[in-house]
Design a protein around this ligand. Structure first.
Ligand code: ADE
Length: 240
């Protein structure tokens, strides 16, 4: 899977690229990540990429010309132009089904905005898939792009050591339940015991406990995710 990130701040990605699961995936050639600075396509002698908004108002708007030219040039570096995603709070909201959709593409171009966003003509010309990671405003699209990359690479075959571990994550099931509680050693900590059933070795009972725990958690924390059949089940309020 190939990612190309277009940003004014490529350095933001350096820690993430050299530390995480992403680094392992890159080292194993499962994922390729290329960073491009939109400023390199500025034709201005000061290398400026933004300007004041027409009509007045605060902040700066990223200009259409360097952005469109950057995207077109980066698209042309591969026979597969790729699926263009613009990270913006105005986009459709990212969730696991959208992550799964994005993971179908062999190549994703992630366009990160800053300031007051891009000149509208960037969207009019390039028609990107506009994606938001939630109803809040970040200082730029870079953290959102990392979020997309982080979620998508989990679905790239071979990236996770244990092939099962992404399938059993919250939201990966058809019924979108939250993940059940997990425990590791010690068996008792500050008076809190690991549920007996998890120590029993009875895989059927363990699977049943986990399913019930998932439904209970989902009903307490995110009842909006529950299929009708499970609504109202185990829904005592949470302590924390
Ligand atoms: N840029 C600024 N805020 C954002 C958000 N919530 N999602 C995606 N990109 C953004």
């Amino acid at each position: 899977m190939r990612f190309d990130v277009l940003t004014l701040f490529p350095e933001i990605f350096s820690g993430y690229m050299t530390q995480s699961l992403l680094k392992l995936a890159i080292d194993r050639s499962l994922v390729e990540l290329n960073l491009h600075n939109i400023r390199d396509w500025s034709r201005d002698k000061h290398h400026s990429v933004d300007d004041r908004p027409f009509g007045g108002g605060p902040g700066m708007v990223i200009s259409a010309e360097p952005t469109v030219e950057a995207v077109e040039a980066v698209q042309a570096t591969d026979s597969e132009p790729g699926h263009l995603v613009m990270l913006t709070p105005q986009g459709r909201k990212l969730d696991q089904p959208l992550v799964e959709q994005l993971a179908q593409h062999k190549r994703l171009l992630l366009l990160c905005g800053r300031y007051e966003g891009f000149d509208q003509r960037v969207s009019d010309i390039l028609k990107p898939d506009e994606v938001s990671i939630g109803d809040f405003v970040l200082n730029g699209g870079e953290v959102a792009a990392m979020t997309v990359i982080d979620a998508v690479i989990r679905l790239v075959p071979g990236v996770l050591g244990d092939e099962d571990s992404s399938r059993f994550d919250s939201f990966s099931h058809g019924d979108r339940l939250l993940e059940h509680a997990q425990y590791t050693r010690p068996r008792e900590y500050r008076g809190l015991e690991v549920p007996e059933v998890l120590l029993s070795g009875d895989h059927q009972q363990i699977a049943r406990w986990r399913q019930e725990n998932s439904i209970q958690r989902t009903s307490q924390r995110r009842a909006d995710l529950l299929p009708e059949k499970n609504k109202g089940k185990n829904d005592e309020p949470r302590n924390s």
